[in-house]
Design a protein around this ligand. Sequence first.
Ligand SMILES: C[C@H](N)C(=O)N[C@H](CCC(=O)O)C(=O)O
Ligand SMILES: [Mg+2]
Length: 369
Amino acid sequence: MIIKSVRFARLSVPLHTPFKTALRTVSSIEDLVVIIDTQCGKRGYGCAPSTPVITGDTHQSIISIINTVLAPQLINQDVRNINALCDRLAAAVVANSSAKAALEIALYDLWAQGLGVPLYRALGGNQSELKTDVTISVDAIDKMLSDCDIALAKGFDVLKIKIGNDLEQDIQRVRAIARHVGNKAALRLDVNQGWDAKQAVRALQAIESEGIVLELVEQPVKANDVDGLEYISARVQSKIMADESAFSPRQVITLLERGAVDIINIKLMKSGGISRALRIADIAATYERPCMIGCMLEGSIAVAAAAHLAAAKARQIGLIDLDGPALGQYDPVQGGTRFCGPAITLNTGPGLGITGIEGLIELPNGVWQ
Ligand SMILES: C[C@H](N)C(=O)N[C@H](CCC(=O)O)C(=O)O
Ligand SMILES: [Mg+2]
């Protein structure tokens, strides 16, 4: 299966409600779709969102690095050499994790198509159903409570609460939501780097002293503040999870070696795709630490690939935050993994199982517009 070309398209899906974190606010899913065609007529799909405040990558930077550096590593190469191709991408340029992820997703889609099985099967998995949490954006308390009600009505029983833009208000938000939701849902907090270490300890000790049980607390401090994560973990009962601090296998080793966090959030857009995500899951397993599979605000092509990975590594990746498609008003992708409320049902067709995508806008000039 020889690679003939790499092309781009854009895909937009409006959200039910704006997605707000301590880092950014967006009102639609904006994916750059990467399409790899082979000489034998097979087509692989990948995609990546623009998340400059997290990865440093924009749609245009992803297109540029693929066109100038990464695609030439793949043209005329055989997809069956998937491991070597992923190593070529990793070695060709540092950083640029979203571009590598988009290409790897399309490569793994093609590789599994070549084997004639869904991607999770090709990766050695045996589980076709997953259940995701859903994100509650940081907002005024009343709005967050009504968003919780909507999520519960859709069947979600794990809520990922975004906070991190004001310490005292954050404590009030968590208190109000915990009271409102009661035992109808488990609560995860995602601070998106919004606190410093002392603030985090103060907030979490206050929350814990009220008997509020949190399933986990994600990225309380700045991405590079490993000392801060270690300081917090030593002083609170809640399990601390690294998100923005954990891009590479090397960073994950440092975090776990130092006991700075309990859990690692794996995202394809941080690891640079499936090959390094697999490596991170194995590293965490070596340290006997669990992983979450997460996503950026991205659509169902990349989220499906993450779901296949999680299904293949179900023993290591037990926590699922793959709600991107659920936050969108509709799913334009046909034939692939199905997202229905908290339920994720992996495709039975080969690879990612994609048979069509509604509303794709081709970008023939390599310009994001
Ligand atoms: C969408 C997912 N549940 C989520 O919350 N991801 C964020 C980052 C998303 C973004 O800003 O695109 C996270 O875990 O920090
Ligand atoms: Mg996060």
